[in-house]
Design a protein around this ligand. Sequence first.
Ligand SMILES: [Ca+2]
Length: 246
Amino acid sequence: MHEQSKAKWSAVLMTILFAFATAFPGSSIQADADFSPGGTSAEVHNHSLTSSELTNIQLLHPNSTWRYLDNGSDQGTAWRTTEFNDSTWSVGMAPLGYPVSKTTSLFGGIRKTISYGANGSMKHRTSYFRTAIYVSGLADYTKIIGTFGMDDGVILYVNGQEVYRYNMPEGEANDQTLSSATVEEPVTETADLTQALRGVLHEGVNSFAAEVHQRSDNSSDLYWEMQLIANPAGSMNMFPAISCQK
Ligand SMILES: [Ca+2]
């Protein structure tokens, strides 16, 4: 096989393995020895589903593992794409950020502290995060809700398409873009992503890419975590039960 093709297929294979490790944490396929979430795994739909099996399907559970890049480099736009090879990025369990004392009542304290660089008054403005999920039974998903823990601003891409933006100015962002407003403490937000994900999410492996932006160069904190639930029971203003917190 051509060397370039080999490299590309190797990257695709790594993404698939990473998605399986994230979706099925009890499996023997693990991307990281440090990976030990207690979360509910995504469900595989190979049979007729009962109504209870059709609710609260965790497509991306809290404490998932994410690849992250915290070296202050400008990643342009290629990093958002499904094909991007992130195998050289670091790996950690969400919530990710700094300092370790930061927390949200929904997701809890930071599990993986990332770097802001050598200068505390000139921190990296943008940090990059990627993960992948395995989706099966998409036709059964009538509603998909995202819940987010964030500080300060975020743009989220699924399979290269922007599907969610919080506390960021309009238009294209780059690594020097600051968030729109200060977030004093990490916030929790819920968003109905059903429309945004229509035609974007597909059966099989789906890539998630998030850029988290600071409000200022000396901002003290950063926080990133999210979960994605299909067919949540009850109102979208009620957080679905989470079994991943310890
Ligand atoms: Ca901040």
